[in-house]
Unconditional design. Sequence first.
Length: 230
Amino acid sequence: FTHTMDAAYLQSVVGEVLARGIAQVIAEQPPDPVEFLAHYLLHSEKQKLAEAENAARRQQLHAQRAEFEQKLQVELAEIERQRIAEEARQAAEAERLRLEEEARIAEFEAQQAAMAQALEEEEIEIERDGKNDDEIDAELSRKRAEELFRRTKEALQNKLDHRAIDEMKRYPSVKPEVHRVFKGVFYLVRSLRRTQVATWEKCRKLIGTSKAFIESVLAYEPLEDRKQMK
């Protein structure tokens, strides 16, 4: 029974490699077959150990690669999350600025309309001597326009702030109504040609510092310009 177990053990442990070694001895027929078989078995064991090490190394590299790919996916996902969050933040900021701009424009237009309506209802004294109805109407329109400008200028002095102008300068584009307002300002205050303010980009460059721009608007006097033109 013991011999049977020993034989089974040897068969399972060295049977295959021993059979290959003996087959190699028969094929080679070396002068010292025992020494040849011993070298063969030793070489086979070293080769087996090397293959096991290579397999372990491949498995380790595979695990490292899987870990690296997993980390890379996590980092890419985080980068994408940050990109989406930044785009959402920029979109929200742009929407906030747009709504603020629209609110300012609506407030200004409502104020202008209210002042114009108030002027229509006010009685304005003018000299009527020697003037026909058309001349009187023209004089009334001129005085109302001058008074509207004065009140608008007064309102602007209270409403205009440097931050709003600086924010406006950062906009790559604005509503046509806003562009027209700036064009009108540059026509009147700086006597510029249409080509010089044809685009919003040109207007942005002409604004300069917010402080200088506001001061130039508030310092403008249409009557003084008209006198100089005469």
